[in-house]
Design a protein around this ligand. Structure first.
Ligand SMILES: C[N+](C)(C)CCCC[C@H](N)C(=O)O
Ligand SMILES: O=C(O)CCC(=O)C(=O)O
Length: 477
């Protein structure tokens, strides 16, 4: 086992502190600024990209009319005729090539799609007319006060071939056959048409012990996390990238835990309450409330939607042991996918039960929580890993797997258990008062070694939807 690498933490803190901070913390204003900033960046990108294309392919035409595929420097655009010197006409193109950023837009009625070739994109967006009409953001179809659609259930039954399409450097406009008109900006189309929302800004980094022990740990100072939007964004990015982050230099109190947590989202109530403190022999019937070790697990496996983040903050400990353990569940699944594709498939396709029983105590009702889920699931849209649930303590009685399928399930379960408990997967460290650990409970498992003495742990749960929303707003996702 390894102690917490403090030099690594402080070097990551230095990096974090070098980043600029934003002047405002009011969400509405911030979103507005964010959008403006994003648009400027995209314009710059478009221009940079275009200049690069010119430099590399020897284009002399100087407009985005040419999709940038010209190989020959002989090709010169005759702007008045839309012809280049090689006689290549940009047929079907509706765009007027006034600025380098003007995309090429072509109407393909035979396929009922509009082809939009953006200057900065490798591939054209090929957008069905149906989608374009469905995403009309005019006052007729979208309430800009509530940010909700105004339904028209017959809309898609009409002939949706555009009567006319106009495109210029600002955006495109479609006049539909029923007389309605829709305007779109290219940024909006690029960000919202498939796979717009799924293109991650922050890539996940799957990790094992070696990586965590050799690189600066994902950490942000309490001051930076609490007072700057950039600090909060850094914490959220760490969560998206590594599935955990630390807030260092926090007040070593339950109030410190609360502040660091609520900076991300409201604390989620559960049958353990909101903000909890845990010590051995608290009389609660869970292994967490003992001196015993806890193998790597995720929490709330028995709920249809487990908590999104679990927060841990050790406030006191006067004995030995009690080191913390983290294991990247997505990395374990990825290892299995490579090493044993059959086991991978079995676990993905076998929902199993998880349950939690508690007798009535301290004025709280009894519970019998139960949920069925495969150990991991994939995102229905992207195929990326979405959830990881693993809790050997709270696994229920196996009442869903057919007897003949049990051997295959147990073999696969054994495989993933081996990956999880292998030293290469396990990152051990010692938490101390003032360091708040936030763990993505849909991805990373936690655990602890056995300990002696009195150890007071404070923590809470945060909702998945709340933290992901915050990450989206701050462009950390
Ligand atoms: C987090 N807190 C200490 C309050 C409870 C821990 C309970 C762990 C439990 N097996 C579960 O997954 O819920
Ligand atoms: O005591 C610890 O450090 C971790 C406790 C734990 O695993 C839990 O509460 O789920």
């Amino acid at each position: 086992m390894k102690g917490l690498n403090l030099s690594a933490i402080s070097s990551s803190m230095r990096l974090v502190l070098l980043k600029p901070t934003y002047a405002t913390s009011r969400p509405a204003r911030f979103l507005h600024q964010l959008i403006q900033q994003q648009q400027q960046q995209q314009l710059q990108l478009q221009q940079q990209h275009f200049q690069q294309k010119r430099a590399t392919c020897g284009l002399a035409c100087g407009t985005a009319m040419c999709p940038g595929k010209c190989k020959s420097s002989r090709r010169q655009l005759d702007k008045t005729k839309g012809l280049n010197s090689a006689g290549h006409k940009h047929t079907g193109s509706l765009a007027v090539a006034q600025t380098p950023a003007t995309p090429v837009v072509s109407q393909r009625d035979e396929d009922q799609v509009l082809e939009v070739r953006l200057a900065q994109a490798e591939d054209a967006l090929v957008i069905p007319y149906m989608w374009l009409r469905d995403h009309c953001r005019s006052e007729r179809y979208f309430n800009h006060t509530t940010q909700q659609k105004i339904p028209d259930l017959e809309l898609l039954e009409r002939d949706l071939t555009p009567q006319a399409v106009r495109a210029d450097s600002k955006g495109l406009s479609i006049k539909w056959r029923d007389g309605h008109e829709t305007d779109y900006t290219y940024d909006w189309l690029a960000n919202n048409f498939y796979p717009g929302q799924f293109a991650r800004r922050t890539k996940r980094i799957l990790w094992g012990r070696k990586k965590m022990e050799s690189e600066p740990l994902p950490a942000v100072t309490f001051e930076h996390h609490m007072t700057s939007e950039d600090g909060l964004r850094q914490s959220l990015r760490n969560l998206v990238k590594y599935g955990f982050t630390m807030v260092t230099g926090a007040p070593p109190t339950a109030e410190g835990t609360r502040q660091a947590s609520e900076r991300i989202s409201p604390i989620q109530e559960s049958m353990y309450g909101g903000l909890w403190t845990v010590s051995p022999a608290m009389g609660n019937n869970d292994t967490a409330y003992t001196h015993e070790s806890l193998g790597a697990h995720t929490d709330n496996t028995y709920l249809t939607s487990p908590a999104g983040i679990e927060v841990f903050h050790i406030l006191e400990h006067d004995g030995t042991g009690g080191e913390s353990l983290l294991v990247d569940g997505f990395n374990a699944v990825d290892t299995l996918r490579r090493d044993d594709p059959k086991a991978f498939q079995t676990l993905r396709d076998t929902p199993i039960p998880f349950e939690y029983m508690a007798t009535a105590a301290d004025g709280k009702p009894p519970y019998l929580m139960k949920a069925y889920s495969p150990i991991f699931t994939e995102h229905a849209g992207t195929g990326e890993l979405l959830t990881f649930r693993f809790n050997a303590y709270d696994r229920g009685t196996m009442d869903t797997v057919k007897p003949q399928d049990l051997p295959q399930f147990y073999a696969a379960y054994q495989k993933i258990s081996q990956v999880i408990s292998s030293p290469a997967s396990q990152f051990w460290f010692q938490l101390s008062p003032g360091t708040v650990l936030l763990v993505d409970n849909w991805r990373v498992m936690h655990g602890r070694s056995a300990f002696t003495g009195f150890r007071l742990l404070s923590g809470c749960y945060l909702s998945r939807d709340e933290w992901i929303s915050q990450a989206r707003m701050l462009e950390a996702l």
